[in-house]
Design a binder for this molecule. Structure first.
Ligand code: PEP
Ligand code: CO
Length: 448
């Protein structure tokens, strides 16, 4: 019952939206037991460290860059794909740090982003209505009834994919690849030859010069750890209850519970019901948590979420990710920012300019316009300026590949080009060039 003591299982007495129709409850239970016996993916101390870094964002001294796939795919576990995604995020962070003049906290939608909420239960394929694709943690994206059947064993596969991905991320970010002396190496061939790539090269050259200058001044750059490693955190939407429950563990140091499937978890727009299972589970874990805030959420609802998810008003604990759409952001955002400020809630406000701006193109593909994304971002910055609050970050869907999924940008992708390299398993992502272009625009907004 709501109001009773929290435990990793207490979500079970709350309605859980967006859960798959698991065909075999006994198999689901076996899988959950197996998962509960596997090691945690992240450690409580790491989640605490991210929480502390996000506190600096809540206080207006840092910026959060949260980025990655809409849905990770089981078919894309190559070192190259992970490295290329990491490269783009590192490049964006360099542009934002150098151009915006603020420390940037880097959080990937990665190593666990395998489950998707869906607006419709079924999808029409030819003459058939088949179950919707819910992410590789649940079913397969192939358009057949058999492929779409929910299979709990996929949660185990998701766990192992997340482990392998995280292992590689740790190696890349701590083992030299993220060293600031590698700043040129992150500029991929197909980006380097473009306008955005050249702008990036210029910053990279300036960073090189600054490093040489510091070395010439006698500063021991080798000893300065922050020049050689980056903190890169993982996050995903906490959607499938059994998976998240199984990875929720008690930290032996603090005695507190952490959802050890990722450093940060967020609640989606479709599952943020105040009395729902998702809010209940994340209310009790001590990770930094996020919650999507769409156009239907007014100030009262936002404050209720703040009270429920961060009653102690701990800075860095709660990130609210607004996704209003380009047309509505300017009107809807200021009252929300003002309400949280007036109530004394230390919210990390970030802008997801993707999910309010999705539409289906004439050719039947889901897409987004780069210009709409910019309009929503500008409205987010303007609204904060107006209210006197801090635009804490951005939340975007991107890939390191040269895909054609979002319209516009410097490459000016047109509707009739979407089919050329459209590979997403769910929502349309910015490609590497569009992502870096976006980082330059956000850096300008940060400076202004
Ligand atoms: C997402 O982030 O991929 C997503 C489904 O977003 P939202 O919950 O905001 O619709
Ligand atoms: Co998405």
């Amino acid at each position: 019952m709501p109001g009773t003591r929290w435990s990793p299982q207490s979500w079970r007495s709350h309605p859980a939206a967006q859960q798959p129709a698991w065909p075999d409850p006994a198999e689901l239970e076996r899988v959950q037991k197996e998962l509960a016996g596997l090691p945690p993916l992240v450690f409580a101390g790491e989640a605490r460290r991210l929480r502390q870094q996000l506190a600096a964002v809540a206080e207006g001294r840092a910026f959060l860059l949260q980025a990655g796939d809409c849905a990770e795919s089981f078919d894309e576990l190559s070192a190259d794909a992970i490295r290329d995604k990491l490269k783009v995020v590192l490049q964006m962070a360099v542009v934002l740090t150098y151009g915006g003049g603020v420390p940037v906290i880097k959080v990937g939608r990665i190593a666990g982003q395998f489950a998707k909420p869906r607006s419709a239960l079924t999808e029409r394929v030819g003459e058939l209505d088949i179950e919707s694709f819910r992410g590789h943690m649940v079913n397969d994206d192939a358009p057949t009834p058999a492929a779409r059947r929910a299979d709990p064993r996929r949660m185990i596969t998701a766990y192992h994919h997340a482990t392998a991905t995280l292992n590689l991320i740790r190696a890349f970010t701590k083992g030299g690849f993220a060293d600031l002396s590698q700043v040129h190496a992150w500029n991929q061939q197909f980006v380097a030859s473009s306008e955005e790539g050249r702008r990036y090269e210029q910053i990279a050259a300036e960073i090189d010069a600054a490093l040489r200058f510091m070395a010439a001044c006698g500063i021991d750059l080798q000893a300065e750890e922050t020049l050689h490693q980056v903190d890169f955190y993982t996050s995903h939407e906490a959607l499938i209850m059994e998976y998240e429950e199984a990875l929720t563990r008690r930290d032996s140091l603090s005695g507190d519970f952490y959802d050890c499937s990722a450093h940060m978890l967020w609640i989606g727009e479709r599952t943020r019901q105040l009395d729902g299972a998702h809010v209940e589970l994340l209310a009790g874990v001590h990770n930094p948590v996020g919650c999507k805030i769409g156009p239907s959420a007014g100030p009262d609802e936002v404050l209720a979420l703040c009270e429920r998810l961060n009653p102690q008003r701990v800075p860095g604990r709660l990130t609210l990710i607004t996704r209003m759409g380009a047309d509505r952001a300017a009107d809807l955002l200021p009252p929300l920012f003002a309400a949280a400020r007036d109530a004394g809630h230390p919210v990390v406000w970030t802008c997801d300019p993707m999910h309010g701006n999705t539409f289906t193109s004439d050719g039947g593909r889901k897409t987004r316009r780069f210009d709409d994304i910019l309009v929503e971002l500008r409205a987010f910055f303007d609204a904060h300026h107006q209210v006197g609050t801090w635009p804490g970050g951005i939340h975007v869907e991107l890939t390191g590949d040269d895909v054609t999924e979002c319209l516009g940008g410097f490459g000016d992708i047109a509707e009739d080009q979407l089919h050329l390299r459209y590979t997403t398993t769910c929502d349309p992502r910015l490609n590497a060039r569009q992502s870096i272009d976006l980082a330059f625009r956000v850096a300008e907004l940060l400076r202004a």
